[in-house]
Design a binder for this molecule. Structure first.
Ligand code: FES
Length: 574
């Protein structure tokens, strides 16, 4: 393998020249206390850190950045930490998804505009992972993703609690009058008890695992709990490896192929991962010039068993999953479903990376004959209600709802739903189909995780715990239920969802992959002609940029001008 020379480094344009600008860059580096021997002729490694006081999932990232730096120094590189906007799932409103592309742009432009030769990307809380990767794929410098790692299991009176999943579960119990205020407060204090991202198979665990399966993290990295000292050592190893990757000039687009995306999708399916993966992986693929569609997820779903017995689909949590062998163990158990010849950041192949991986607890990572779901854990639906596709996670739904016909109860937007869902006069029965409009990429805006629509209180009190629910929203990976999500085109742009009225019959047939509004075409056309496009949400600012360029869910919700691999010029240094 040919290796770069120091004068081939991108940073050499800043540091290596004898001109006035070169002196400026070196004198300002000296100002920070570094001698020429600290950095000259060495790969400059940008450590893009999404640490923030407002992001509990990344609370350990200041320390981890130091551990990455240790590895970079050891390997003969020059580490430069670069803070980037954090996307803190619990706190950022209306939704972190509104800002995923902002972090992607920031990542790409940080790396472009500063003297970076390679990058370590520190993320984990939901959208941070795809955002960092999207930016890094577009910039295409050598890069490794450093996953935050899952937090420890939650604890309540000796029971394990899972992020999100148990909040929804016990909130339903509280609304049904089955939980005291004191118990509820104890849950509040026990459900998140260490740094690290959600420790169910939510979007965070899904996307960090998908990134590792893509080949963009060190093997085994995604499963290590954040508070485990092995996580710190993985951070240092990441710092060491990125320096070599710069010399080898091993870049994301050398690693990403249609087959590596198949590996990532297969991993997500075998994990019972979040439906958010569809949006994010499609966006990442398009950044790499790879045409990934919803149909590929459905195809791979038909052959991939769900093996990770992790909530919300299963019983355990990410900490258990790690002790049972983690993603490495799981992937090693399905070699026939993977393309093992794909390269990874290690410089070796996925198959070589998985050498020696084993499963240590077959109740947590199940053998195929005991799969939670043998196939079809995720399904892509089409029909006159979702011409461009919609998604459901059958494994998370009550099975009698997977083939269902019922009358719609329509909410025009979230406020309408919040105001009426618990109205005792709401004409809802367990067979009703709850429909929420204006929850998509443009309508909400930001396609929030509202897709696990609440069940009307009066039905909860009757013991109903699942209903067919349909929206153009996303759903948290920690949620569950018969929720049809990502309906495209969304209602806000006049998709058929916008035309649904109370009492319309909606039919779902997961086996047939169909979602049908039982209204004839002429009536649908009449309603469409009478439909009035809502006013835009934003007159200025980032929101105006967002609404002018966001694509639909089936296209990945990227900005149209960020897709593709058209070359972008290096900055002039004058
Ligand atoms: Fe950060 Fe769930 S809140 S991953």
């Amino acid at each position: 393998m040919s290796r770069k020379r120091p004068e081939d480094l991108r940073s050499f344009r800043w540091y290596g020249k004898a001109d006035m600008r070169g002196i400026g860059h070196r004198s300002r580096t000296a100002q920070m206390g570094y001698a020429r021997s600290d950095y000259l002729g060495k790969p400059v490694i940008a450590i893009v850190n999404t640490w923030s006081d407002i992001n509990p999932c990344h609370a350990h990232f200041r320390q981890r950045a130091e551990e990455v730096k240790r590895g970079v120094w050891q390997a003969g590189g020059f580490p430069v930490e670069m803070p980037a906007i954090t996307l803190s799932e619990p706190f950022q409103k209306p939704t972190t998804m509104l800002y995923r592309n902002l972090l992607a742009m920031e990542t790409e432009e940080l790396l472009r505009s500063y003297p970076a030769d390679g990058a370590v990307l520190m993320g984990g809380c939901d959208k941070t992972t795809p955002a960092l990767m999207m930016g890094a794929i577009s910039m295409n410098l050598p890069a490794i993703f450093l996953p935050a790692g899952p937090m420890l299991r939650g604890d309540w009176r000796g029971q394990f609690l899972g992020s999100g999943s148990d909040t929804w579960k016990y909130w339903a119990e509280k609304r049904a009058g089955k939980l005291t205020d004191q118990a509820w407060e104890e849950i509040e204090n026990g459900i998140a008890r260490s740094y690290g991202h959600c420790m169910t198979m939510g979007t965070a665990s899904t996307m960090t695992s998908a990134t590792e399966a893509l080949g963009l993290s060190l093997s085994g990295a995604a499963s290590i709990p954040a508070a485990d000292s092995r996580h710190a050592r993985m951070a240092t190893a990441t710092g060491r490896r990125i320096v070599d990757m710069v010399w080898e000039d091993l870049k994301p687009r050398d690693i990403l192929t249609p087959a590596s995306f198949d590996n990532a999708i297969t991993a997500v399916l075998a994990l019972g991962g979040s439906t958010n993966a569809l949006v994010h992986l499609i966006a990442q693929a398009r950044r790499a010039g790879i045409a990934l569609t919803l149909d590929r997820f459905d195809e791979l779903s038909r052959r991939t068993p769900l093996l990770a017995n992790v909530r919300p689909a299963g019983k355990y949590l990410m900490e258990d999953f790690y002790y049972a062998g983690g993603l490495r163990g799981l992937l090693a158990s399905i070699p026939d479903l993977l393309s093992l010849g794909e390269r990874t950041v290690s410089g070796a192949t996925l198959g070589e990376d998985l050498a020696g991986a084993e499963i240590y607890n077959a109740d947590v990572i199940l053998p195929r004959e005991r799969a939670l779901v043998t196939s079809g854990s995720l399904a892509v639906l089409r029909g006159n209600l979702a011409p461009d596709g919609a998604v459901i996670k059958p494994a998370a739904a009550e099975s009698q709802l997977l083939r269902h016909r019922g009358p719609a109860i329509v909410f025009e937007n979230y406020d309408d739903m919040a105001a009426r869902i618990d109205d005792p006069d709401l004409p809802a029965t367990k067979d009703s189909v709850i429909v929420l409009k204006s929850a998509g990429p443009l309508g909400a805006p930001g396609m929030p995780e509202w897709g696990q629509l609440p069940i009307p209180k009066k039905l909860l009190e009757q013991g109903v715990r699942d209903m067919l629910r349909i929206s153009d929203a996303r759903m948290s990976g920690t949620s569950y239920g018969a929720c049809v999500l990502h309906v495209a085109p969304e209602s806000y742009v006049g998709g058929p969802l916008a035309l649904v009225r109370d009492g319309d019959i909606i039919a779902l047939d997961v086996d047939a992959r169909s979602l049908t509004l039982e209204i004839d075409d002429a009536e649908l056309a009449r309603r469409k002609a009478a439909w009035v496009r809502p006013r835009p949400h934003f007159e200025r600012g980032f929101g105006a940029l967002y609404q002018a360029h966001i694509t639909q869910a089936n296209e990945g919700c990227d900005f149209d001008f960020l897709e593709g691999t058209a070359p972008t010029a290096e900055p002039e240094i004058h």
